[in-house]
Design a binder for this molecule. Structure first.
Ligand code: GLU
Ligand code: ASP
Length: 493
């Protein structure tokens, strides 16, 4: 055992885990605080009238834009992973990403910035998050020696950190927005990221040196070809944008459609490359084939889960009675319910899996139940419209209940999926597995961008019913595919 691994194993200063986990926990807590805090008011900022401080973007367009923003946040993980592997190393990528994210939130804080500031800010946050999110999770993994049994528990603690940030942020940012305006709300997000950065900067020496350097740095041999490919890529992009401009296609719709298509093409090309690569063994190819239906199911799951901050945010704003016991709730507060349920349920599920041991359902079965729960969470939301009509305001308990059901599903998909990805991806592509998993969320939001525009009070019941039933059907198909998948997983459960 290396000296470093030995010292890490002896380090139990953070709830039995290495103290470096505290650094990463805090950094990711504040990064997610800034991300979900900003996102809790972003949609409203886009579609509220100018008299209410908003940008008066049509609601359907705003919903599609928030979805492609989410898609790009997770697509950029691939780029961030690459930059860390080849140039910066994971630890410096986290720091750089945090600074760029903070600049993004500061840009949004500027009053009267209007739509130009919005687009610049979103771009900065996408780039920054690309650098930060996969890499910070990679550094978590690198705290442990390969045989260190504490790794899964470490990730569970980290996941609680993510959701603790996601829980606190909408409450703080929502309340500050309610008392002031959108821009002061965005300042909170910037301050959150700043706190995360300062903590990271002063405690990053606890992270060891496993992820300090790029794992496959660019050198004089490959720099030329990389620069050439980058140059070609840039030229193609410039030509495409110029052509779009020439044909008067430089519109928000084109942007939305382009991101949707890319979000689907990206995972397809990933799978194709991995399946064709001579570095992938026969057993790995079989596992990869088994992984594909799981990936597709994850896409359908995230499609509903991520609509929590789009479709359900509109439901909170327009269809929910916000006056409860003499106080007026902010619609943004409802974004805290999802992470709250995660914090409540994650320990219960972790306990149940240990208790059940070998008797627990297999990964494909968990996924099948998970996506079915997501579908049920939408079917529940057909009821208020059916019972009271879609012009009345309904009790907040409908949303609270729907979020509960989807999070039961999240417990069966998110942690399970991440661990299945690491086990089923070919070894030669191991450093990209985290990015691959995030691509399921990216594709989900890319597809979502195409459908969220159909949601409105008049289509509400049909919308929830159709999307809900489709998700349940995907669960049923996966349930029956389980024996085939299990066989192709070649020993992985
Ligand atoms: N909601 C979680 C987060 O923000 C998970 C996202 C995912 O795994 O796609 O980190
Ligand atoms: N549950 C999401 C994730 O695990 C958080 C959210 O959507 O608020 O972080």
């Amino acid at each position: 055992m290396s000296a470093q691994a030995e010292s890490a194993e002896r380090d139990t200063r953070f709830f039995g885990q290495p103290l470096g986990l505290a650094t990463l926990f805090t950094t990711e807590f504040w990064e997610r605080f800034s991300y979900y805090g900003m996102k809790a008011i972003l949609l409203f900022y886009m579609y509220y009238e100018t008299t209410k401080g908003g940008l008066a973007i049509p609601q359907a367009t705003a919903a599609a834009l928030v979805s492609i923003y989410g898609a790009l946040i997770y697509m950029s993980q691939v780029v961030g992973g690459w930059i860390a592997d080849r140039v910066l190393g994971n630890q410096r990528a986290v720091l750089t990403g945090g600074v760029i994210i903070m600049l993004g939130h500061i840009t949004l804080s500027i009053p009267f910035g209007g739509q130009p500031a919005l687009y610049v800010a979103l771009l900065l946050i996408i780039l920054g998050t690309g650098l930060l999110k996969t890499n910070v999770s990679k550094v978590v993994g690198d705290l442990y020696d390969e045989r260190d049994q504490r790794r899964d528990a470490g990730f569970s603690i980290f996941y609680i950190g993510i959701n603790a940030g996601a829980f606190l942020a909408p409450l703080v940012v929502g309340a500050v927005y309610g008392a002031t305006n959108f821009h002061v709300g965005f300042v909170c997000a910037a301050v959150g990221m700043a706190i995360g950065l300062v903590t990271y900067f002063f405690t990053r020496r606890l992270l060891g040196d496993r992820s300090a350097k790029p794992s496959a740095p660019l050198n004089s041999d490959n720099l030329g070809s990389v620069l050439r490919n980058l140059g070609i890529g840039l030229c193609v992009l410039v030509i495409l944008v110029a052509a779009a401009g020439f044909f008067h296609l430089l519109t928000v719709d084109t942007l939305v459609n382009a991101v949707s298509v890319l979000s689907i093409l990206l995972p397809i090309s990933y799978f194709t490359v991995m399946l064709r690569s001579p570095r992938t063994t026969a057993v790995e190819k079989s596992r990869l084939r088994a992984y594909i239906p799981l990936f597709i199911t994850a896409v359908v799951f995230w499609l509903i889960e991520e609509q929590g901050s789009v479709v359900l945010a509109i439901f909170a704003d327009k269809r929910t009675d916000l006056h409860v016991g003499g106080i007026t709730l902010q619609p943004a507060f409802f974004q805290s319910i999802n992470p709250l349920w995660v914090i409540v349920l994650a320990p219960i599920f972790a306990w149940a899996w240990t208790k059940l041991g070998d008797r627990q359902p297999s990964t494909p079965r968990k996924f099948a139940y998970g996506v079915a729960f997501a579908g049920l969470s939408y079917l529940l939301l057909t009821l208020p419209g059916l019972l009271y009509g879609t012009s009345a305001k309904v009790s907040p308990f409908w949303l609270i209940g729907s979020f509960f059901i989807v999070i039961v599903g999240e417990m069966l998909v998110s942690p399970v999926g991440l661990s299945a990805t690491t086990k089923l991806a070919p070894a030669a592509f191991a450093s990209q597995t985290m990015g691959l998993w995030f691509l399921s969320d990216a594709a989900a939001q890319g597809i979502s961008a195409q459908i969220v525009g159909f949601y409105s009070a008049s289509t509400e019941v049909a919308y929830f019913a159709i999307v809900g039933v489709c998700a349940i059907l995907v669960g049923v198909v996966l349930y029956f595919l389980t024996p085939w998948i299990a066989r192709h997983m070649e020993g992985v459960r």
